[in-house]
Design a binder for this molecule. Structure first.
Ligand code: MN
Ligand code: MN
Length: 467
């Protein structure tokens, strides 16, 4: 009987698949390295709360690591490293490979915008001697999550005199924070009858900015006092908000979560977790076989729109510019190219298990997640990666013993979503989604596992160096 049991056990091991937990397969040195890697990751999150800040920080990191600004018609040598900024909100890092461009390039594409509240063009108002900013939310937020948490404001204001003012208030130790109010439970009976989606409505996401009046002012005294304060500090008037982009984001720094410090908690990990890991992979790649691009894009959260989103031609244009020096045909290059669309997936949440299909969900600590398709209502709106390309990526990850799993975004018809994958595959590039599982995605405080973050970095490194 023992023999039979042994045979069954062996057969199961040989034939069944279930994803492994990092603690069961990683060696101690890798675990320590993952923790160390995430110290840099947390610092990046703190310095990059908006797409503009992320783009600036990535350029800074690139320059520090020997990247130079791309110059069209320059013939670059294998191992040369360049960066190319797109309107201050997106960046492409390139490490030139040993092969010619017409053999294709390797692309890792992550987005650096995150869901948030944007100020309206005429944001400042006062009601019953409280000063407010009016906001219009950006991306898929759950509105009820935003009141009663400390908020900060980040962005730029273009003054009438042409000067660009950079604003960041609410992050430093001594800074004031901003906040959106909510009802006390004692008076919340009517509000509690609203659906969760309507618990706080869009026009209720009003940010408190002050409550003291300009001395002697009879009406709009708080508004005047706030505008005087902003005028003294930045030289701006209300009119200047019309040529501004100010984002309200959760205040505070990234931190370890869990008594065991196994997790990272922070705002904006979708998708700066893949942005950071893809950037670090580019920084650490030396003279690869194929030319490698880390593409850090904007506007993914609202459908990749605009001239800094991947529905625009900025990536194709850049590859055309690369082709110019080598006299390569851009269509040949794109058709031969491969891409990891680097974006997060929903980690299985045991508290809300019934929206997941547990055999096809991704899990914290089970490594980087490959998502063959996204979309909704029967895969609509997805890039559905081919078996051949899945097989190739699988081979690359397995060759480097990188812990990976597959993941679907929830049960069939439970919801859905999309990534930049379909815009890159439109160009003819073989593409699949690969990224980090996230708990509480799109919330003001998202959660990732340190092991998974490190595996994403390793996956991009393996992809870039593969021959
Ligand atoms: Mn994303
Ligand atoms: Mn997202």
């Amino acid at each position: 009987m023992d023999e039979k049991n042994n045979e069954i056990k062996q057969l199961k091991e040989q034939l069944f698949y279930s994803p492994a937990h990092a603690d069961d397969v990683l060696i101690d040195a890798d675990k320590a390295q993952a923790d160390e890697f995430c110290e840099g990751y947390k610092a990046f999150l703190d310095s990059a709360k908006t797409e503009r800040e992320a783009a600036d920080e990535i350029v800074r990191m690139a320059e520090e690591n020997g990247f130079r600004r791309f110059v069209k018609h320059t013939l670059y040598a294998p191992g040369d490293k360049v960066y190319f900024p797109i309107h201050g909100k997106a960046v492409i890092l390139t490490v030139f490979g040993r092969r010619e461009l017409s053999d294709g390039v390797r692309i890792a594409a992550a987005h650096i915008d995150s869901p948030r509240l944007d100020l309206k063009p005429n944001p400042v108002y006062e009601k019953q001697e409280i000063g407010y900013f009016k906001t219009h939310y950006y991306g898929g937020i759950r509105k009820y999550q935003w009141p009663t948490i400390p908020l900060a404001m980040h962005g730029v204001i273009m003054r009438a005199d042409g000067e660009k003012i950079t604003v960041s208030i609410g992050e430093d130790e001594g800074d004031p924070r901003l906040v959106i109010s909510d009802l006390l439970p004692h008076l919340g009976a009517e509000q509690s009858k609203r659906t969760l989606a309507e618990g706080i409505k869009g026009e209720e996401l009003n940010v408190i900015i002050g409550s003291r009046k300009y001395p002697g002012c009879e009406s709009d005294g708080v508004r005047l006092a706030i505008m005087k304060l902003l005028n003294d500090k930045y030289g701006i008037t209300e009119r200047d908000f019309q040529s501004a982009e100010i984002e309200i984001v959760p205040a505070g720094k990234a931190c370890d979560v869990g008594l065991d410090r196994s997790l990272v908690g922070a705002y904006g990990q979708d998708d700066r977790v893949c942005a950071y890991t893809a950037v670090m992979a580019a920084l650490d790649t030396e003279a690869p076989e194929y030319t490698c691009l880390s593409v850090l894009t904007d506007k993914e959260e609202i459908g990749s729109e605009g001239n800094t989103g991947l529905e625009s031609r900025f990536l194709a244009q850049f590859i055309e510019d690369l082709c110019a020096a080598e006299d390569a045909d851009v269509n040949d290059v794109l058709r031969a190219s491969e891409c990891l669309s680097a974006d997060v997936n929903a980690a299985f949440d045991p508290t809300f298990y019934d929206v997941f299909e547990k055999n096809n969900a991704s899990y914290l600590n089970k490594g980087v997640v490959i998502t063959k398709y996204t979309g909704a209502r029967g895969k609509s709106g997805t890039n559905d990666a081919s078996a051949e390309y899945m097989g190739k990526i699988r081979g690359i990850l397995d060759a480097d013993s990188i812990l990976w799993q597959t993941g679907e975004l929830g049960k069939v018809d439970a919801g859905g979503g999309g990534t930049v994958a379909k815009y890159i595959s439109h160009l003819g590039v073989n593409t699949v989604d690969l990224g980090v599982p996230v708990l509480s995605m799109h919330s003001p405080f998202e959660i990732t596992a340190k092991y998974d973050v490190f595996m994403a970095y390793q996956a991009f490194c393996a992809f870039f160096k593969a021959e």
